[in-house]
Structures are given as structure tokens and as C-alpha cells.
Design a protein around this ligand. Sequence first.
Ligand code: KIV
Length: 299
Amino acid sequence: MTEAEQRRPVTAPMVLARKGGQKLRMITAYDAPTARIADRAGADIILVGDSLANVVLGHEDTLAVTVDVMVHHTAAVARAKPKALIVGDMPWLSYHTSIADTVENAGRFIREGGASSVKLEGGRKRIPMISAVLDAEIPVMGHIGLTPQSVHSMGGYRVQGKEAQAAYEMISDAQALADTGVFAIVLEGVPDVVAEIVTREIHVPTIGIGAGINCDGQVLVFHDVTGLGAGEYLPKFVRQYADLADDAVTAIEAFFDDVESGAFPAEAETYHMTAESEEILRNLSTASDDLMADEAMEN
Ligand code: KIV
């Protein structure tokens, strides 16, 4: 049994209990292989992020993905049966129109996607939606600061809370979300001091992305950490630990070289039939060649 298989499945209450303790390790995944890799690496939380839109589906922003698409990918992650907690990211417009739609959509991540929790972006104005999802017994992760679904209203992807008043509002948002019952809050693109104060003031773990060192955990996007993004723009807060895109190009080039030279496939990569079956087949084939030659002569 691998180390990942021996671990207990991570639950939302277990994440909550990590407040101020061992740092939480969170990463995105979008399908079964990336989920298996994240789990083998010891992720506590796998976020099926709506960054799927940019990272995997090639869109300019996250606004393009729907609940159907997100649930499809969440289900692929769940089929890898990770021990990490699966968080399904609710996409734009899936929790903005009505409370009933919000609960319905959140439920799809659980029932069809196999997630154990959902994440949604925004501060105090989302509290009615968050309360309703919590009432449906679905754990919710908050997300404040630079919220990519607000790209147009923010006027671009900008660090949030740089002014004291805006930072103070964000701290109040975090407090309100924590009091409502979220089990953790992602803090994205905020000055480190704001994250430090939020982390100190609230009783639920903060998970930073571009929010400095003082959070209860950190999250990054799978393709950014591993270099699978193949030259896509990387924000300042990303640390890339490998260059899997380069490794993949090298591997595929070697395959093509072997195809061209005839070095692939080798004996070990080839199927055979028994000598007896081969002989019968060759005789059949010779007989049919002879028959065809006779017919050609007659015509
Ligand atoms: O969609 C995503 O990947 C996210 C993380 C950046 C937190 O929301």
C-alpha cells in the first residue's frame, strides 16, 4: 500500500481543526491523473478550480466555464479516489442568481461530481448563499481578495486591499464568512500584512495564493507548480518547481526519432501469435494470393 493509500481521507472538519497547526497543502487538479499525482504528493486539499478554464481549456478567463463543465472534471478527479479533500469550485453565475439555484448547483458537485465541499468567491454579499449551502449540509470554502470571477468589476487582475480602508473591509468580509461557518478561506492576491491580520483574527484556516507567508496554508495551480503550462504567463506569486512541459517535449521527440529510425516498437513492445497459428495464417495468405493470381490470368 502506498503512503497516500494509508492516509485517512481528509474531511472539512479535519481542515478546520488544522487552524494554526501544521500548514495546509492545497493544489488544483482537473482530471484523474493530476488528482492521483497531487494525492501521491500528500495534498490535504485538491481544488477542482475554475482555473480549469484558463489552464486546461485555453480560455482567457474563468468566466467561460459552466457547472456542467466543472462537475464533469470534478467527477474525473473523484474517480481517482484521492485521500485529499475534494473542493469543487462553483463557477461564475452558479451562485449569483438565486439561493435555490445556488443550492441546486452546489448539490451537483456533491451528487454528480463526488466532491465533499464547494468553494465560492466573494465576501459579505455572498452570506445568504453560503448559509443556504451550509444548511444543505455541504461544507463551504470562502475565497476573497483577488477573485478572478470579478475580473471585469475589478478592472483586471489586481492585488486587492492595498488601501487601508479596502483592507479593513476585507478583514470584515473574512470575519463574516468565518462566523457564517465556512471551514477555510482562500486569500488571493492581497498584501502579506492583510493576510497576517485576517489569519490572526479569524478562527478558520486561511489558505494563501499571492498572500504572503502568514496564512495557515498555501495553494497553487497544478500546471504552474509543475511547469505543465508550456510557457503560459506566470504571476509573481508562483514558484515553478519542475518543467514537465519541456520533459514532455523531449519524450515525444525521442518517440518520433525512434519511429523514424525503426527503433520503435521493439520486440518487448510487440504482440505475437503462436508459431502454429502463424504457419496456418501464412499458408492461407499464400493460397489466397495464388487464387487471386489465377483469377487475374483468366480475366
Ligand atoms: O480556480 C482556482 O484555481 C482557484 C485557486 C487559484 C485558489 O480558485
